[in-house]
Design a binder for this molecule. Structure first.
Ligand SMILES: Cc1cc2nc3c(=O)[nH]c(=O)nc-3n(C[C@H](O)[C@H](O)[C@H](O)COP(=O)(O)OP(=O)(O)OC[C@H]3O[C@@H](n4cnc5c(N)ncnc54)[C@H](O)[C@@H]3O)c2cc1C
Length: 401
């Protein structure tokens, strides 16, 4: 049996391990367009802030492939999948065939149509190479602009602060972290960064970049409001998208991500998808959703690998989790900004001077949570959301203390 996995990260590596556990002899190939050994992508901001080296971010050593008898194709970009002929085509026009294929290719950052986004000091953040470019440019810079006020933009801004840059975060929203926190949570985080070197500009966006007339280097940005900001580094975070190009022309169904069932099978036989690229059942949302998250990707990869090797395994569903450990720490999970018109919601809040804890219930079950400041017990609540456990309100009150 020939197994091919596109993706050498959370989902792909986990699938490779599950495959080898169930099938001791089949050929396993793992492909990545990046030439790095697998690394924890969620630590990229720790690399930018120089808290961790590249070596410390790796989660598998080179020996992993030899020990598991897996063939790594690193630095090789796949450009097309032919599901009729069961082969995948590389950028260099070579191809390999598969019996079972897993697509675990993640997402890529949306690049806004900012003029000049191709300049050397303008970056998005998804890979170690991006992080390296941002770090190198930051070392030569005094001021940076980060466009995008959700979790990646906020995390990059903090990493740059640690390098002693003056940072301006620009968001088109009227509040910070709108997809990770509720309104009160956003207010608390905004207040916590007042008097720091981080300035936030709301309801605005980068409309133009300003270059030095002699050497073309980035010297500032112009905002839609007309304001100009001096900077030598611009990081763009306008969210991510799953890449449709690989499955174009096939019968693999794609919505916001590749549609899969609970065995991680796509709509084409022998082709599976897992990780950020996949659209799976979401436990709190109670529907199919494309979710980004390291641990969701690891579990999905494992389930896909088991099923590819013929060991039945079912994925119970994903849950969206946001976790920040710097500044004022917070954890949020599940549904955090549910539809207010739905009267079935019961919202329980405990706010103190140094913490804000909120749990959202419906029909006696927890669907969402936000813990800011004091994040103790957050993982237990996340487990309860996943388990869809029926809870007495008095018990939930205890969880808020
Ligand atoms: C800055 C940042 C911070 C994050 N913070 C958190 C966090 O705090 N908590 C959390 O849970 N998650 C976080 N995440 C998200 C988390 O990293 C992802 O959910 C996780 O990496 C998804 O794993 P994956 O295996 O699906 O895809 P990825 O990790 O994106 O890996 C995709 C793989 O596919 C390969 N690939 C893609 N296209 C091709 C192609 N055409 N040909 C060959 N190879 C290809 C890539 O090289 C890579 O090996 C963060 C992500 C970033 C970027």
């Amino acid at each position: 049996m020939a197994y091919v996995i596109i993706g050498n990260s959370a989902a792909g590596i986990s699938a490779g391990e599950a495959l080898r556990e169930s099938d001791k002899t089949g050929e396993i190939v793992i492909i990545s367009q990046e030439d790095s050994l697998p690394y924890y992508k969620y630590l990229l901001c720790d690399y930018i802030s120089e808290r961790l080296s590249h070596q410390e971010m790796l989660f598998k050593p080179r020996e992993f492939y030899r020990e598991k008898n897996i063939i790594p194709f690193l630095g090789e970009k796949v450009i097309h999948i032919d599901t009729d002929e069961k082969k995948i085509l590389f950028e260099n026009r070579e191809f390999i065939t598969y019996d079972k294929l897993l697509i675990a290719s993640g997402v890529y950052p949306v690049t806004p149509r900012t003029p000049g986004h191709y300049l050397t000091a303008v970056y998005t953040l998804r890979s170690w190479e991006d992080a390296e470019n941002i770090l190198q440019t930051a070392r030569r810079s005094e001021r940076a602009v980060v466009m995008g006020g959700d979790i990646t933009g906020y995390s990059v801004a903090h990493a740059l602060l640690k390098l002693h840059l003056k940072v301006t975060l620009i968001t088109d929203s009227d509040r910070i972290l709108p997809h990770s926190l509720d309104e009160r949570g956003s207010e608390l985080i905004r207040d916590s960064i007042q008097n720091s070197n981080l300035e936030i500009i709301f309801k605005d966006e980068v409309a133009d970049v300003v270059r030095h007339p002699l050497d073309n280097k980035l010297v500032g940005v112009g905002l839609s409001s007309g304001k100009e900001i001096v900077c030598q580094l611009l990081v763009l975070d306008k969210g991510n998208k799953a890449d449709t190009s690989l499955v174009r022309g096939t019968d693999i169904k794609f919505n916001h991500g590749i549609e899969v069932n609970d065995k991680m099978e796509t709509t084409v036989s022998s082709v599976y998808a897992a990780g950020d690229v996949a659209e799976t059942w979401d436990i709190a949302f109670e529907g199919k959703k494309q979710n980004e998250g390291w641990y969701n990707a690891v579990s999905q990869g494992w389930v896909a690998g088991c099923n590819m090797a013929g060991t039945d395994s079912r994925y119970p569903g994903a849950i969206k989790i946001n976790r920040v450990n710097f500044g004022v720490p917070f954890v949020s999970a599940g549904l955090i900004n549910p539809n207010n018109e739905d009267l079935k919601w019961k919202v329980m809040v405990n706010e103190k001077s140094d913490s804000y804890r909120k749990i959202l219930l419906k029909n006696g079950m927890i669907y969402g949570m936000i813990f800011i400041g004091d994040t103790k017990g957050a993982d237990s609540i996340i487990a309860l959301i996943k388990a869809k456990a029926k809870m007495e309100e008095s018990t939930v009150l205890n969880l808020l203390i």
